[in-house]
Design a protein around this ligand. Sequence first.
Ligand SMILES: Cc1cc2nc3c(=O)[nH]c(=O)nc-3n(C[C@H](O)[C@H](O)[C@H](O)COP(=O)(O)O)c2cc1C
Length: 159
Amino acid sequence: MSHDPRAFRNALGWFTTGVAVVTTQLEGEAPIGITVNSFSSVSLDPALVLWCLDKGSDTLPVFEKCSCFTVNVLGEDQKDVSNTLARAGHHQLDGMNVVKGVNGCAKLEDALAVFECEVHARHDAGDHIILVGAVKAFSSAEEGRPLLYHRGGYQALAG
Ligand SMILES: Cc1cc2nc3c(=O)[nH]c(=O)nc-3n(C[C@H](O)[C@H](O)[C@H](O)COP(=O)(O)O)c2cc1C
């Protein structure tokens, strides 16, 4: 199918998602993070999740090599974190509230949910790669409100 990429994006934009930051770290290097909305659950047993990375991202060389990553689900008050880690070429976690998780990757202390993964598989998929993570540990807030992404902009739950 040949298609207009903008029309395709617009159609995809009706599928409202949450927003997450995926963090990782290579041995001896500073941790990095990237804002994503392609996060999805895959399998309950074993516990597997996935997200997709644009092959054009500056972070590709790191995510091609890393053995772990952590998915940090953002709350509605974390738009600034989302915007910071969505800026081209800006993926440092400086000034953010992070601690080291059991998988060795940095995790955001204020996230609503955190999934600490080891890389289970990488799949080539067009202009993206699919990263599948085996969840080694997770945590979840008791309450809170998620940051939403809809048709190219942030939203919050009504009510
Ligand atoms: C809400 C939101 C969701 C995004 N989702 C993804 C995603 O799933 N995968 C991805 O590779 N980039 C995604 N991006 C883009 C990256 O966050 C970032 O803008 C891009 O990687 C910057 O270019 P760089 O990686 O070359 O620095 C998203 C951006 C925003 C604001």
